[in-house]
Structures are given as structure tokens and as C-alpha cells.
Design a protein around this ligand. Sequence first.
Ligand code: GLU
Length: 425
Amino acid sequence: MPVPKLEHLEWDTPMYRLAVEQLDGIAERIGLDENIWCRLRAPQRAHVVSFPFRRDDYSTVETVYGYRVQHLTTMGPTKGGIRYDCGVNLGEVTALAIWMSWKCAIMGLPFGGAKGGVRIDPNQLTRTELQRITRRYTSEIIDVIGPDRDIPAPDLGTDMQVMAWIMDTYSQQRGHAVPGVVTGKPVEIGGSLGREEATGRGVITCALEACRHLGIQFADSRVIIQGYGNVGATAAHIAVELGAQVVGISDFSTGIYDSRGLDLKRVDEWIAEHRFLEGYSEGDEVSNPELLTMPCDILIPAAIQNQIHERNADALHCKILVEGANGPTSMEADRILADRGVTVIPDILANAGGVTVSYFEWVQAAQQFMWTEDEVNQRLISLMQRAYRDVLEVAEREHVDLRTAALMRAVIRIREAKRRRGIFP
Ligand code: GLU
């Protein structure tokens, strides 16, 4: 079967290429017919918006670009986060939307993938500017989102407060409160208990499953986490609660490594006061690329894409790599790590805890019924364990790595749904 060509696509960027090459890598193996293959490579709907954004000084007005991509509308409403970052573009958002489709399919959630973004540096925004830009972006995409249509959530550079503003803007236009339009909201307006910690909790659940399978004691292991935001910090705390040692962490300002284990309480106090890690005195200061190569058992990239590639994959010292971030590992690095016997738990499985509890939040909004935190955590852990074991079963049966197995499961599930629905008209 010939691989369809990728020519003249507006969203063709390196990150999009990575998502498509991963799909191409399994398409022939599962005998994917060319029509569905081509359909899954492209977003079903892509919205590009530009709008004026007034700074706090009230005289500077900038033109800002925003995106919302809906990759797959076959499975139910679309679902995925919104990121604020200066590098956001149509290709990045499309790749992230594709990965969301795979994540939802692996977890068995009734959603297709979506993603949105605004090309802006959130670290340069005041709180009022952040609110203004969020409300305007929401009103630009208001017709394409909704609880039955497409449900945003937090991602890089956005948080529960941003979700609250999106929910408020949407609700003002509809004339009544619509909590189901976003997930990852504050609990006071219908957010789910356990949602903020869900991605980090899912990451650690996967690490535990891998340790069990490989015969490694999680409680004795040394963990390094790149990125100390929502996902990384939660994963670090849960790892320590379970008896592991967190020996290295970083944020975009710097990294720190201490082979005796870091005191996270002191780290948190430092960050609460100084916002970033830079200047923290415990341990050795290391750069972000150096941190990835320091000795550890479990490495968790939980920051941004494209961190592990052919130039550093040989230098990693971990036994297990758990992808908390989306797209941190290149295809070449995947091959190098597989040859070296490093177990890679792919993003589309490892970080799917976030969207899983988003699904719980959406269900709670629809039913107007709140679950306890314990219920949320237990259901999350059992769904993650089941997904991990399902993917592992495919990997062992087909003699492939976990990423290939996860992709195979996801795409087969979507293919069957597409076949059942048929083509209109
Ligand atoms: N942005 C998160 C992700 O990449 C969560 C998406 C969601 O909860 O809908 O998986």
C-alpha cells in the first residue's frame, strides 16, 4: 500500500510531521485503508482567528492569532486543551488534536480529539490582560465549542482560572450557566475534585505498572522530572508519597539535581515566593538538557515537546521514560531507546489521566451530581491500569513497543467506529 503524500498542507510543521509519521508507522501494520488513513492525517475542522488585544496601558493594541482544531468528530464531541505559548501554530495544534484522538480512544472515552491555542507569551501578561485575551478568544470560537460539540480544558500556559473565564464568557452569551462547556474548572463552578492532579496521578499510575512489569521496586527508585508545572509537580509529590526519591526537577529557568533526593516542601516554598526555580540553593544546578542525562530509574519529561531526540537519546540513563508532556520524544530517539532497552510509556497513554478526569467532570456536569475525590481517584487509577494492561497485551502479542501498541489500539478502535457510521451522503 503506498503511503499517501503530504504535500501543500497548511498545517505541515515538524510537530505535525511527528504525529503523522507515528500514524504512518502503524497504518500498514493494521492494514488501514487509504481513505481512513488520509482522513486521520488531517483535521476535520480547523479554525484560525485573529483579533485585537489591548494591553493594560490602554493604548497598545496587538493583533493576536488563535486556533481551534477538531481532528475527529466520529466518536462524540471533541475534547482537548487550550495552550497559550509564543510558538503556537496551526501545525502544532493539529498534532496535539491528533494525539487527543488517540488518547481518548485508548481510554475508551466518547470523544474525538481537539486542541486550541493562542500565540502569546503568558509570562508577559498581567492578570487583567490574561482575562481579556481569554474572553476575546472565547468569543471568537464561541460557535464551535459547547458541551455537546467541543469541550476545551487547560494545557500549557492555561489553568482553572482561564477555564472559569471561558465558562463565564460562554454562559453570558447563552444567558444561563453552562458548566459543561469546559473541564478543568474550579470546583466552585462545577469543576471535579481530583482534576488538577489527574494528569500527574495518571503518569505515576503508569510508572507503577511499568515497574511491576519490569520487576523494579517503585519505592526504591530515583525519579527525575523535567518541568515543575501542574503535571510535573503533582507527579513529584505522588512519587514521594509512594516512597520514591525525586532527585532532579526543572522548570524553564533552570534545573536542580541532588542524588540524595530533593526536599519538595522547600522547593514549593521557594517557588511560591520566587515563581521560578532559578536561585534555589539546594543540590547542583543543571541545565534542562543536562537534567535529562543525569542518573535515575524513571525519567518523566513533563514540560514541552521535542526534548529527547537523536542527539541525546544515547545519553539518557533511565530504565523507564514516562511521557508526561505531549510529543517529547522524536521517532529517531524512540528507535535508539528501544535498542537500548529503555521502556517508553508514550504520551497518549501516560498523560491521558487529565482527559479521563475531564470526562468525569463532563459527566458530573451532565448529571448535576458530584463525586467524591476518592471516587474520582479510584476510577482514574482503575481506568489507567486497564488501559496500560490492554496496551501491554498488544505490545507482547505483536512484538512492538508500547507507543506502537497504543497507536494500534487507538486507530483500530476509531477505524471500527468510522466503518460502523459509514459515509454521508
Ligand atoms: N490538555 C490536556 C491533554 O493534553 C487535557 C485535555 C482535556 O482534559 O480535555 O491531555
